[in-house]
Design a protein around this ligand. Structure first.
Ligand code: VG1
Ligand code: CO
Length: 543
């Protein structure tokens, strides 16, 4: 087997965003592009020599090729072992679990998450550190710097490995271990949850649909829900991962999972429904006649987790990303535990989880997770819900109504404006920045502004500071508008506007969220002149 050193030069600096590097698949397929980035990962972490890694992805187009390249490059750089999910498949939380369980030096996850897949769609690559979590900002900065100074990469010349056969083989000096992608993850779920109680719930006639959206959670959900928990065949829909996810966006929200939402809203619909995204780290939760917003889901899980075996000792603390609603803050206050507000992206929860300061974490973008791994975890959230439903015996709708009666309700909506010209998106944010000092005390439909700032985060564990994390405008009464530019888009800029309306009046807890946030929408226009500046009158996606 011949080891080659290929001269290369940086294509341009490649800066990982909210969750790794995401690009059009064709950009990754250009000569040397993937190789350059993988070599930059090795260079950014001080080399691959003597190290072991986990590698896998969500099944999308080009992963099969990318895994072969990564294996050849790991071997050329002196890695001792790479653990690969069979067929190149590993969900993001399962990869996080394997990194931790097998104590590797990290892992490479191949996914563009909820973005569509295919030669003309999106691809992504992310490095996770030995704690199992996405690389923190210092490591991503080092990887980025490496992309700007690269002069060569190392790769061995060899035949493709057959990734479909479980077991151990050699690639030169390096061991390649192909593992069942589901087994270790399912074992972890059995440790955390009362599988007997959930099985009994299914045996009693409780009905559920899980939409895997032709993405990575298909095999996991089929094994766990239908296999181990005895849910009837057909509970899992779209359960076979496809390279193009069947042509859709594997994004578990009421837009992209509309058939599931329509089904559960009917009177004869299932008791419970859920969906996950491309790489299995997101979740959408529904009960018959009710959609649970991710922010509310985090709050309900925080309030009830103690009834589940894995969390029976209670929660050390909770954390939410800044744009996520304050629903969980009220629960934390009632429980007398710490509540942290972090920038968007799971990498900011890692230190809190490692330090034992937070047990549950969540984001408004359908991400929920705990200290069991260092990623958000879609199927875990579904099982936590199922376990809570099994113990309380209440329908989701009843549980939500009781939750709002006790804690009040944070009505919530997020408006996304996609593929906006970058200079217009920047002009919007700059305009807001300039106004921040003048806003407090001014009156809008949403009420009087109490504070307005640009969010910066000081990590309480390592003291690092992250600036420019979104503009937040807080109104009297706790209502809030947040403006942020996405860090995961692949075309132009995506402007996200997050709207939150706090309701404490017990008689007003059953309105539609669209109605409740209307004053926030008119206030957005009055404050930011959004439609004039970016030239759009309505969002592309509203969740
Ligand atoms: C989005 C979400 C963020 C999430 C990130 C990665 O980022 O808003 O909450 O952590 O995607 O999720 P952004 O920068 O586009 O707003 V996933 O499921 O794509 O790994
Ligand atoms: Co994802």
């Amino acid at each position: 087997m011949e080891k080659l050193r290929i001269d290369t030069k940086p294509i341009e600096g490649q800066k990982p965003g909210t969750s790794g590097l995401r690009k059009k698949t064709r950009e990754f397929m250009q000569p040397h592009f993937l190789e350059n980035f993988v070599q930059s990962i090795w260079n950014g972490i001080g080399g691959a020599e003597g190290k072991s890694f986990v590698v896998g992805g969500d099944g999308r187009y080009f992963i099969d090729r990318a895994v072969q390249v990564i294996l050849r490059m790991a071997a050329a750089s002196g890695a001792v072992r790479v653990i690969v999910g069979q067929g190149g498949i590993l969900s993001t939380p399962a990869a996080s679990n394997l990194i931790r369980k097998r104590a590797t030096d990290g892992g490479i996850i191949l996914s563009a998450s909820h973005n569509p897949g295919g030669p003309d769609e999106d691809f992504g690559i992310k490095f996770n550190t030995p704690n199992g979590g996405p690389a923190a900002e210092d490591v991503t900065d080092r990887i980025f710097n490496a992309t700007t100074t690269l002069s060569h990469y190392d790769i061995v010349e060899t035949q493709d490995l057959d990734l479909s056969v479980l077991g151990v083989s050699q690639l030169g000096e390096m061991v390649v271990e192909i593992v069942d992608p589901v087994a270790d993850y399912a074992a972890l779920m059995e440790e955390l949850f009362d599988f007997e109680a959930i099985s009994a719930l299914f045996a009693s006639g409780f009905t559920m649909r899980f939409d895997a959206m032709h993405a990575v959670t298909g095999p996991y959900a089929t094994d766990i829900l239908e296999g181990r928990l005895g849910a009837p065949k057909g509970t899992v829909m779209n359960g076979t991962p496809l390279p193009d996810f069947g042509g859709g966006h594997p994004d578990p929200n009421p837009i992209w999972a509309k058939p599931l939402v329509d089904m559960v809203m009917r009177n004869d619909g299932p008791d419970f429904a859920a969906a996950s995204d491309g790489d299995g780290d997101r979740n959408m939760i529904l009960g018959r006649g009710v959609y649970v917003t991710p922010s509310d889901s985090l709050a309900v899980l925080a309030a009830n987790a103690h009834v589940v075996p894995g969390y029976k000792g209670g929660l050390a603390g909770v954390a939410r990303s800044m744009p996520t609603s304050g629903a969980v803050d009220r629960v934390a206050e009632a429980l007398g535990i710490e509540c942290f507000e972090t920038p968007t992206g799971w990498k900011f929860f890692g230190n809190l989880l490692d330090a034992g300061r937070a047990t549950l974490c969540g984001e408004e973008s359908a991400g929920t997770g705990s200290d069991h791994v260092r990623e958000k975890d879609g199927l875990w959230a579904v099982l936590l819900w199922l376990n809570i439903l099994a113990v309380t015996g209440k329908p989701v709708k009843t549980l939500m109504a009781a939750h709002w009666q006790r804690f009040g309700r944070n009505y919530y909506a997020r408006h996304d404006y996609e593929a906006v010209e970058t200079d217009k998106a920047n002009a919007l944010m700059d305009g807001l920045r300039r106004q921040l000092g003048t806003l407090p005390g001014r009156h809008f439909d949403a009420g009087t502004v109490s504070t307005a700032d640009e969010f910066a985060y000081d990590d309480p564990i390592d003291g690092s500071r992250s600036e420019g994390q979104g503009i937040r405008i807080l109104f009297e009464g706790g209502h809030r508008i947040v403006f942020r530019l996405s860090g995961t888009g692949t075309v132009g800029a995506t402007v996200r506007v997050y709207l939150e309306f706090v309701e404490n009046d017990p008689a007003k807890l059953e309105r539609s969220a669209e109605d409740a946030v209307l004053p926030m929408i008119t206030s957005v226009e009055a404050i930011a002149q959004l439609s004039t500046i970016i030239g759009r009158t309505s969002p592309d996606v509203s969740t």
